[in-house]
Write a protein that binds this ligand. Structure first.
Ligand SMILES: [Zn+2]
Length: 109
């Protein structure tokens, strides 16, 4: 018989609000796409290499049991503390370039 260590934490969907992490699917680290014509080495790094930081990282999450939206979260991988969640391109995401922000999206009222 195996003992499975379950790690549970709360995650806030930008559409639905706070839910157990079991409501969501993990989509991996947010990575930068390579240049328009990547060579084999760049493509290999993009597909297979991850930073896997011990600390805060940006991640893709999917609200599997809810609105089925993909969103971005910043999570501390050592504590599972979620610092921030937002839909991609949201205004309140400091890493969204001004030019690509969708009007009104992600605004906290
Ligand atoms: Zn949702």
């Amino acid at each position: 018989m195996y003992t499975i260590a379950r790690v549970s934490f709360l995650l806030s969907c930008p559409n639905c609000g706070t839910r157990e992490v079991t409501d969501f699917g993990y989509g991996g680290e947010v990575t930068a796409r390579p240049a328009s014509r990547p060579d084999r080495r760049e493509l290999n790094a993009y597909n297979y290499f991850r930073r896997n930081v011990a600390g805060v990282q940006r991640e893709w999450w999917f609200h599997r049991s809810g609105c089925r939206a993909w969103f971005i979260a910043e999570r501390d991988t050592t504590t599972n503390e979620v610092k921030f969640t937002a839909l991609p391109g949201a205004r309140d995401d400091p890493q969204t370039p001004e030019a690509s922000k969708a009007p009104g999206e992600g605004v906290v009222t």
